[in-house]
Ligand binder design. Structure first.
Ligand code: IFM
Length: 440
């Protein structure tokens, strides 16, 4: 790795990230059914119908996994709490085993000198709430606030930082308009409502945590750079539309208390009644802004219904996901986010990394592609810092190979290889390279 820890400002934090359903093993410890269990059980939704019932069995092996985190020299660990593990029906009776688990997990991190950075929701909605309309039902903001109070009432005193919801675009648009994630809807009205309610739930949870006396609270936004396929006005408009509903809707709601005008033709008629009145909750002040960044996409206009555009294949080298490798997008997003949205707030790169078809060979896992990906994205971070951007930390996705949602277990994002038959963990070369970087 060409970078050293000492190349970054004093106090810059390095971390690794995971999420509950992707690693824990949802079948353990009394967790309730979630919409990902039923989505995966529906033919055609998930590669080989794979699910998270066992995943990496982190539920039982978290000590071993945290030893790896510690040995690599990470400062922070970004994990998520499963709503259905704590409240199997989403509301009502608490599963004490679930609360106890997150309590043990927190202490195991602290014992190793690692800062716990929690995300309250990373996609596994309890089925009982899905039955009530899930993210399309405005009541979800209150249900989520109650969950926040219960889980943070137990572990909030030991959290270094907390964000309510991972990647609002995925929770809403990808899951209710594209239909690629649970609950698999393809409906513009459901999508518009989910987009607004996910932000309302975010703001409600921030309010609950402020009430508990917590600080260092942020929001985590997934951003994808969008470029026009050619120089035509139509392609530029297509790229702007994509940027609007993917990136600017969520940042705009939280930091400007407004949604982009370009989206109103499509989404306006379907947003819930009096949506404008919710911005004081949605825009509750934050302490930091988290950006998850992986790639860019390229767009041109289409004759179809709103949003009237289609993606075309870009020319850049791609990861195992088929995503273009475009570190410049990370630099541009950091600069744009600070300039137009978050101002002087610290920015954390809360996820960055790549999937690669890694294989064990002679006890090692050579993954030079991932090392190069991390290097070039850290170049982008350093360039932004050199130009004055307030970037305060960088988290790799992910510590472990894990359940990549609709793509099952074959897309490997981990610094640590997981054999999904034996569950054996093997640090990849990228893990060793990061470890070396963090020691210097
Ligand atoms: O695995 C996901 C994660 O759950 C959210 N951010 C993107 C990752 C890679 O697709």
């Amino acid at each position: 790795m060409k970078h050293k820890r000492s190349d970054f400002p004093e106090g810059f934090q390095f971390g690794a990230a995971t999420s509950a359903y992707q690693i824990e093993g949802h079948g353990f410890g009394g967790a309730g059914e979630t919409h990902w269990d039923t989505f995966a059980a529906t033919p055609g939704n998930v590669v080989r119908a794979e699910h998270g019932q066992r995943a990496c069995d982190h539920y039982h092996r978290y000590e071993e996994d945290f030893d790896l985190l510690q040995a690599a020299g990470f400062d922070c660990y970004r994990f998520s709490t499963s709503w259905a593990r704590v409240l199997p029906e989403g509301r009502g009776t608490v599963n004490q085993q679930g609360l106890d688990y997150y309590d043990r997990l927190t202490d195991a991190l602290l014992e190793r000198g690692i800062k716990p950075c929690a995300t309250l929701y990373h996609w596994e909605l309890p089925s009982a709430l899905s039955d009530l309309g899930g993210w399309t039902n405005r009541d979800i903001a209150g249900w989520f606030g109650d969950f926040t109070e219960i889980i943070m009432g137990r572990i909030g005193d030991r959290m270094h930082s907390v964000a309510p919801i991972n990647e609002p675009w995925c929770v809403s648009f990808l899951s209710h308009f594209v239909g690629a994630h649970a609950p698999g809807l393809r409906d513009i009205r459901a999508a518009a409502r989910a987009m607004h309610h996910v932000l309302l739930a975010h703001g409600t949870a921030i309010g609950v945590m402020r009430g508990l006396g917590m600080d260092n609270l942020g929001g985590v936004f997934n951003l994808e750079w969008s470029d026009p396929a050619d120089d035509s006005e139509a392609s530029h408009h297509a790229a702007e539309m994509y940027d609007g509903y993917y990136n600017r809707f969520f940042l705009g709601g939280v930091f400007k208390k407004a949604y982009p005008e370009i989206l109103m033709e499509g989404l306006g008629p379907h947003l819930p009644q009096n949506w404008q009145d919710d911005f004081d909750i949605i825009g509750a002040p934050l302490d930091w802004c988290g950006l998850n960044y992986y790639t860019r996409s390229v767009h041109r206009a289409s004759q179809g219904p709103w949003p009237h555009h289609q993606a075309v294949e870009g020319p850049l080298p791609k990861t195992q996901m088929g995503w273009e490798i475009y570190p410049e997008g990370l630099y541009k997003f950091i600069m744009r986010t600070a300039r137009e949205y978050s101002g002087d707030l610290p920015i954390f790169i809360t996820e960055n990394g790549m999937a690669n078809a890694d294989v064990i060979s002679g006890g090692r896992v050579p993954d030079p592609e991932r090392i190069a990906y991390i290097e070039t994205h850290l170049d982008a971070v350093r360039q932004a810092i050199a130009e004055g951007a307030p970037v305060a930390g960088y988290f790799l996705w992910s510590l472990l190979d894990n359940y990549e949602w609709a793509l099952g277990y074959e897309k490997r994002f981990g610094l640590v290889h997981v054999d999904f038959d034996t569950l054996q963990r093997t640090p990849k070369d990228s893990y060793l390279a990061v470890k070396d970087m963090l020691a210097k």
